[in-house]
Design a protein around this ligand. Structure first.
Ligand code: NAD
Ligand code: GLY
Length: 370
């Protein structure tokens, strides 16, 4: 199957290519040789984690070395814990210790954690050097590797420190997905479903038809789903690069309730994707009361999420606790909880919802779990 190339054009940024295909990792070095921002780099630094490095670091470095690059590497512990001030501090020190100069570049080889960490390292080291994203999770391919959000977590919350740093190139090798766990696969599927509902009828009904194949990791369907998500995300980010124009917020569909589920059930109990899927079900139902969302959308979305293996959670918390958790989320403004609600497939609204209305819907949600 030939690779797909999508060009991301964002105002006031250098455009960049996202290549999606089975064997694009083999061509990583050759692709970077064609990139003006990276081609002459005296040294590259590959940042990866200790799950991904044993699987794909040698292949990535071999491709870079065949293209004549000198590449060093830093391997951080896998998991969200590496998006920390302690680990970014170690990465910065290691970059300085390796003698990286402003004409060097970073290659992020891993999931969203490595992508966010390495992107942040690249955007801050010497006030910014190029970063290339080589996503290895479905979530990172369909969402986090494109659009330029980078960052680390603080004790006070996730992603509280970060930058916008667009990559110079994104290399999404679908071959790397073969080793992804079922839990991480489902996580990515939730973000694909989110993109499809917000994007268009065309994407949504294509996904509904192909959901079982995506859940079963069919190669062609997976590559097409990634490409469709990248095209969608590139459009959103090109309209609202810094999430300041009321457009990029659509990417938070499902996340208002989802974040509360993750926080109250204990991080890691349910995957981020499972929590987002629960949040999408809730937000669509809220939409029927607040935004005229058709019941048909609610049931078609339920069907889609079920087919992707994202069944409703057998878990709930008291409505008042859920509301409190939503208010503590950094997306809440002045204590008012905001939801992205789908008005219809391909149309959405950002709605500030009164506490009383949220509580009423949370009681209905809790009742379905009894
Ligand atoms: P992750 O990076 O933690 O990866 C999940 C797990 O899969 C890890 O244990 C990792 O080591 C492992 N893994 C990665 N690739 C693998 C492979 N090919 N084979 C086997 N194991 C593999 O998690 P994620 O879901 O990719 O990303 C989540 C992070 O992304 C969060 O920190 C979130 O805040 C961030 N995020 C960022 C954006 C953005 O726009 N920057 C968007 C969404 C999410
Ligand atoms: N995943 C959220 C964003 O990129 O804005």
């Amino acid at each position: 199957m030939p690779a797909t190339k999508i060009v991301v054009n964002i105002p006031d940024e250098a455009s960049y290519a996202v290549r999606v295909g089975v064997d694009v990792l083999d061509g990583l070095g050759a692709a970077l040789r064609q990139l003006p921002a990276v081609a002459a780099a005296p040294r590259l630094l590959v940042i990866s984690d200790d799950n991904v490095a044993p699987l794909y670091l040698d292949a990535a470095k071999a491709s870079l070395s065949q293209a004549g690059f000198r590449a060093a590497d830093i391997v951080v512990p896998a998991g969200e814990g590496s998006k920390s001030l302690a680990v970014i501090g170690e990465v910065w020190e290691a970059m300085a210790g390796l003698g990286l100069t402003r004409d060097c570049a970073v290659v992020a080889l891993g999931g969203g954690v490595v992508g966010d960490l390495a992107g942040f390292a690249a955007s801050t080291y010497m006030r910014g050097i190029p970063v290339v994203q080589v996503p290895t999770t479905l979530l990172a391919m369909v969402d986090s590797s494109v659009g330029g959000k980078t960052g680390v977590n603080l004790e006070a919350g996730k992603n509280l420190v970060g930058t916008f740093k667009q990559p110079a190139y994104v290399c999404a090798s679908t071959a790397t997905l073969a080793t992804l766990s079922e839990r991480e696969w489902c996580c990515g599927c939730a973000e694909v479903a989110k993109s499809a509902v917000i994007d268009s009828d065309d994407f949504f009904f294509w996904l509904l038809d192909n959901a079982a194949a995506l859940a079963a990791r069919d190669e062609a369907v997976t590559a097409e789903a990634i490409a469709r998500c990248v095209v969608f995300k590139a459009r959103v980010v090109s309209e609202d690069k810094t999430e300041s124009r009321g457009v990029r917020e659509c990417l938070n569909y499902g996340h208002t309730l989802g974040h509360a589920v993750e926080a109250l059930s204990g991080y890691g109990t349910y995957s981020h994707g499972a929590a987002v899927a629960e949040g999408m079900r809730f937000a669509a139902r809220l939409g029927t009361a607040l935004a005229g969302t058709p019941e048909e959308l609610v049931s078609a979305q339920d069907e889609l999420l079920d087919a992707l293996g994202l069944e409703p959670l057998a878990w709930s918390a008291a409505p008042e606790e859920m509301l409190d958790a939503m208010k503590r989320d950094k997306k809440a403004r002045a204590g008012v909880v905001r939801f992205v609600v789908p008005v219809d497939v391909g149309r959405w609204e950002l709605v500030d919802v009164d506490d009383a209305v949220i509580l009423e819907h949370l009681r209905a949600w809790e009742a379905t779990k009894a």
